[in-house]
Design a protein around this ligand. Structure first.
Ligand code: FES
Length: 160
């Protein structure tokens, strides 16, 4: 089975929120449940979710690749995606130093994943938070502001 029984039950509960014959409406919630379990959405997971909802895989893939909150990857990626903004205002505020410190501590470069599969480090573009530069985003949901070389440890602790 591609997903655990617990995840399947969660998806069933999401499907039950919609009228009979409308289970496709639960696609976003189902993808979120699958991503919670797997850490990212692979083509295999997308096909599985499509099967559960009676949808064409391409339609589910379109949803997964359209919304930034989904980590749709052809390749496996880390459980947590850490995106560091490297646009100019952040760079002028020290983003390069922060990025170098992160790379050193994690032992990986841009686009790479730690050997334990915990973190993937991604180079990002302006996140509209230049006033708080330099910034990084944990899993596209939690923003870390005014980062410093010393503050990197706190970010890594937050990732766990
Ligand atoms: S340049 Fe980094 S948030 Fe705008």
């Amino acid at each position: 089975m591609m997903l655990t029984r617990e995840s399947l039950e969660k998806i069933d509960r999401e499907i039950a929120k919609y009228p009979e014959g409308r289970k496709q409406s639960a696609v976003m919630a189902a993808l979120a449940v699958a991503q919670d379990e797997k850490g990212f959405l692979s083509d295999e997971v997308i096909e599985f979710v499509a099967g559960l909802l009676g949808m064409a895989p391409i339609a589910v893939r379109e949803v997964a690749s359209f919304y930034a909150m989904y980590k749709y990857k052809k390749e496996p990626s880390g459980k947590t995606r850490l995106t560091v903004c490297t646009s100019l205002p952040c760079r002028l505020s020290g983003a390069d130093e922060v990025a170098e410190t992160l790379k050193e501590k994690l032992g990986i470069g841009w686009g790479e994943t730690t050997p334990d599969g915990r973190v993937t480090l991604v180079e990002g573009e302006c996140m509209g938070a230049c006033g708080d530069a330099p910034v990084a985003l944990i899993d596209d949901t939690r923003m870390c502001c005014r980062l410093t070389r010393e503050g990197v440890d706190a970010v890594l602790r937050e990732i766990g």
